[in-house]
Design a protein. Structure first.
Length: 260
């Protein structure tokens, strides 16, 4: 479990995580708080180590240990000779950290994505629980159809809190230039840094059979994912249905050939 996930498990009702352990973890917590508040934006350099050490009242060694963990979790990135920066979701750097479906021959590829539907609505009880919202809170619902190697093999049903994505439109989703997580970061300042997933087997209903171009009742893999930003704040609920006839889910990033 990442430190970010640990923060989720130890959060108080007020949203402030309880931090125990050594001093560097407290520094890490404080840096996550600064990131959550938007003090340091994606792509920006964080202050110099000396300034941060003075701010948090710790030695350079303690500060570096906190930064090391944030770098390991892809929250920060070091550029030799330039400093340490807030990570930016780039297609090549981050995509396969979160997209874990590959053809059974092990070949990775970037999917083509089609927006099937988009609407505004109210959060269901289940959605509210997953996204830490009040029941009936305003949300966006949209469905994406994804294809790999020309095969339609995945349907994503996504729910976003309107409070975190104000002004989101169908046109903006259709015209986004990069991945969804890059779009969240660039357009709304929402950094996805961690996810949790639950998997089980289901069968295709009428809608899924149409969208996936398969027979009704075909076995599917269902992936329920919650995406989190800083301090374990849930920002996206995604229910995916995968036709695994020719594709596999990998539990972690694996070495495989990537095709354009």
């Amino acid at each position: 479990m990442t430190e970010t996930a640990a923060l989720r498990n130890t959060a108080t009702a007020g949203g402030a995580p309880m931090i125990g352990g050594t001093r560097y973890k407290e520094v890490k917590h404080s840096m996550l708080a600064a990131l959550a508040a938007g003090e340091w934006r994606a792509g920006e350099a964080i202050p110099a180590e000396k300034r941060l050490g003075e701010r948090f009242g710790v030695s350079i060694g303690t500060l570096r240990k906190a930064i090391d963990e944030l770098v390991a979790e892809n929250i920060l990135i070091r550029h030799q000779g330039l400093g340490t920066f807030v990570s930016v979701h780039r297609r090549d750097d981050h995509f396969f950290r979160f997209f874990r479906l590959v053809r059974k021959d092990g070949v990775k590829a970037y999917p083509s994505v089609s927006l099937v539907s988009f609407r505004k609505g109210k959060a269901s009880r289940a959605e509210s629980e997953k996204l830490a919202l009040e029941t009936g809170a305003r949300v966006f619902h949209f469905t994406n159809q994804l294809a790999l190697h020309g095969d339609v093999m995945l349907i994503d049903n996504i729910t976003l809190p309107e409070s975190l994505f104000p002004g989101l439109t169908e046109a903006a989703l259709r015209e986004r230039p990069s991945t969804l997580y890059s779009f969240y970061q660039a357009a709304f300042g929402i950094n996805v840094i961690d996810t949790s997933e639950r998997l089980h087997v289901t069968v295709a209903d009428e809608r899924e059979s149409q969208l996936l171009q398969i027979e009704l009742g075909t076995p599917l893999l269902e992936i329920a994912r919650v995406a989190y930003s800083f301090h374990g704040q849930p920002v996206e609920l995604r229910i995916s249905h995968v036709n695994t006839a020719d594709y596999e889910y990998i539990g972690s990033e694996a070495s495989a050939k990537v095709t354009p």
